[in-house]
Ligand binder design. Structure first.
Ligand SMILES: Nc1ncnc2c1ncn2[C@@H]1O[C@H](COP(=O)(O)OP(=O)(O)O)[C@@H](O)[C@H]1O
Ligand SMILES: [Mg+2]
Length: 379
């Protein structure tokens, strides 16, 4: 057995364990009783709207904020009362928080010097970290002389140089423009694959979370709403908040469910009935009031030549052209406002605003939630 394999064997499966952790600032509860395990080597994302407690939770893992209650383990060690520099977490802050007057080398060497590594090791590990973020040879530069994107990489190099147990990233890409951000998303993923570092990534951008994560923790108002892999989160949101926050989705009016096995029919106000077949997951009971959530790509212009289910008459309100597709807003009889996603841009001329269309809703992959559980809306 190699040394590394022996070490891995001794270590617990979870790199980080958060047990019933809360944070109160006076009367404000920023984080409420959160329990969460982060697996070794995992890329886990904390996702939620601004103010939901992401930074506070990350700061408690790093030790920059003390938990009001609860307990945190890193690699099986209780670190609840351990100061930040003894927790061995590498952190990238939202604003980078580099030392502006120091050189790139000294910034990256910071964690190594704190840990009293010898000079040779420091030189080697700084170079290695700079190489990882594709800035080798930049050590002599002043931080002030670097672009935003380069500073972001230096912050990343500083966080990984000393070999942390966990990498904590607080919205590291939010200050970058769109092209650079996409590029850095790829590079962060590559870095994660190369190093195998357990990574906790914070973002309010659901697209970023879906594209980068092994698992996503959706938070709202200091609480975890759902923990799932991206695909599962998109197709099986646990409640109305997650359904609305992850991707675009239409929330239809409350309907009465008639259920026979996985065959369902939904009676909407105004004598409109829609049907769905073969829905999976935990489903509400027969005769309950439910909310049906349906993605814009599951709604199409009906083909008059084909017998189709769930055809409804609708009035076109507006179009938003997006290149590969068009988002068309309609007002559907009995269902209210609906957004649909139509390939290309031809619909803009063929069905101008004010015209009447017949649309078909494919509900076989819809999300059906008990009306009482679907109420919480994404901000
Ligand atoms: N030092 C503080 N003092 C008082 N309230 C705070 C402090 N830090 C954060 N909060 C509050 O805690 C909540 C969560 O904040 P934060 O963790 O920064 O959210 P996020 O990172 O998800 O945007 C917010 O309501 C915020 O105003
Ligand atoms: Mg934050």
């Amino acid at each position: 057995m190699t040394d590394q394999a022996a070490l891995a064997k001794k270590q617990p499966e979870n790199a980080v364990e958060i047990n019933d952790v809360a944070k109160r600032y006076g009367s404000v509860t920023a984080v409420k009783q959160v329990t969460l395990s982060i697996r070794r080597g995992e890329f886990l994302t904390l996702l939620g709207p601004s103010g939901c407690g992401k930074t506070t939770l990350l700061n408690m893992i790093a030790g920059f904020e003390a938990a009001s209650s609860g307990q945190i383990n890193i690699d099986g060690r209780d670190v609840t009362n351990v100061p930040p520099y003894l927790r061995d977490t590498g952190m990238v802050f939202q604003n980078y928080a580099l030392f502006p007057h120091m050189s790139v080398f000294d910034n990256v060497a910071f964690g190594l010097r704190m840990r009293k590594r010898d000079r040779q090791t420091i030189t080697r590990d700084v170079e290695r970290a700079l190489d990882m973020v594709k800035l080798s040879g930049m050590g002599e530069r002043r931080v002030k002389q670097l672009s935003g994107g380069q500073q972001q990489r230096i912050a990343l190099a500083r966080a990984i140089a000393f070999g942390p147990r966990v990498l904590l990233l607080d919205e590291p890409l939010s200050a970058l423009d769109k092209n650079l951000r996409t590029q850095m998303q790829f590079e962060l993923k590559e870095l994660h694959e190369k190093t195998g570092l357990t990574t906790i990534f914070v973002t309010h951008d659901q697209g970023e979370a879906l594209s980068m994560s092994d698992r996503i923790v959706v938070m709202s108002r200091g609480e975890i709403q759902q923990i799932s892999a991206p695909l599962e989160l998109y197709s099986r949101p646990a409640n109305g908040f997650v359904a609305s926050f992850i991707g675009e989705i239409n929330r239809l009016p409350v309907a009465r469910l008639s259920r026979r096995g996985t065959s369902m029919s939904f009676a909407f106000p105004g004598a409109l009935t829609l049907t769905a077949e073969g829905l999976a997951g935990v489903l509400p009971q027969d005769n309950e009031d439910v909310r049906v959530f349906v993605r814009p790509e599951k709604i199409a212009i009906a083909d008059p030549a084909k017998p189709e289910a769930n055809v409804v008459s609708a009035k076109v309100i507006s179009h938003i052209y997006q290149g590969t597709h068009t988002i068309t807003r309609v007002e559907a009889d009995g269902l209210g406002p609906i957004e649909m996603r139509v390939a290309g841009g031809r619909i803009i001329d063929e069905q101008p605003a004010g015209s009447t269309v017949r649309i078909t809703l494919s509900l076989d992959h819809a999300v059906v939630l008990r009306a009482s559980e679907a109420g919480l809306e994404a901000a």
